[in-house]
Design a protein around this ligand. Sequence first.
Ligand code: FES
Length: 341
Amino acid sequence: MCYKIALNFEDGVTRFIGCNSGEKVLDAAYRAKINLPMDCSDGVCGTCKCQAESGSYDLGDDYIEDALTADEAESGLVLTCQMRATSDCVLSVPTTSLACKTGHQKFAATVTAVTPHQDAAIVLELEVDTASSPAFLPGQYVNIDVPGYGQSRSYSFSSAPGDQRLAFLIKRIPDGAMSGWLAGAKPGDKLDLIGPLGSFYLREVKRPLLFLAGGTGLAPFLSMLETLARAESDQTIHMIYGVTRDLDLVLVDEIEAYAARLPNFSFTTVVAENASSHPRKGWVTQHMPEEVLHGGDVDVYLCGPPPMVDAVRRHFDDNGVRPNSFYYEKFTPNAVAKEAA
Ligand code: FES
């Protein structure tokens, strides 16, 4: 049995390695030419400590309390020189990919479709030029080089991990580099991608979820919803999808389809502009009923522009809401790189 271990580094780079049943994660990383932090490799120094974000594992029993206390183990910290995975796992490594002598992965892909949506967004579909699809976590992004512009743009996958077909939901920006290139793009065109990247990804689902999507910040949630639907999740999930203008509301039929596949998924849409005839106008915070916060027993994920992140934080503070966790990714349509927290 070989498990897939995602190593998330401090600089946002994620590398996936295979770890054989019974093999220590540190050894598996070394096989993959990734030098995770280590010193003693005997469970004594604690140098190899990482945070397990998800998955099941055996901590090992050859380490000493000074290297990993019972409280640390309880909170999900692990020693990679001792840990043996018993399922796929996600680990946060408290250093940069460079320090571990690894870095971004590059891959090439071919355009298979470019589909405009209401003059507001574009769905770009690609097929990777390798036999296997690049591994990523639902919610992560890649940097795509814009041919001829000498620049790259960051886009979250809207497709699910493991698919040969990659999809991205891209905001259409007049005079934007990628929008300009996409206007003339056709199936067969080649693109270079770097990734996966980002610390905004779906964690182990243990409680109700609240998804807050701003504009094309919908993309990572489509990847998460597809992942949850394939896992036949029955967790309670509510999504609020907010946009500026009526025409920015795209792919609503795709979201509706998830409501049919996920028994406890619901969603609402909100349009900000005053001129809209939409039944819910304003900001997502104005359409966030108490029940979707589950008294704080909720994991909140937000992907949207910086003012939306700030508004939601303020809303939680003003209303004394302390969600169990709050993961967010700020983006601006023209940003060369995303900021995640
Ligand atoms: Fe020393 Fe793991 S390397 S405890």
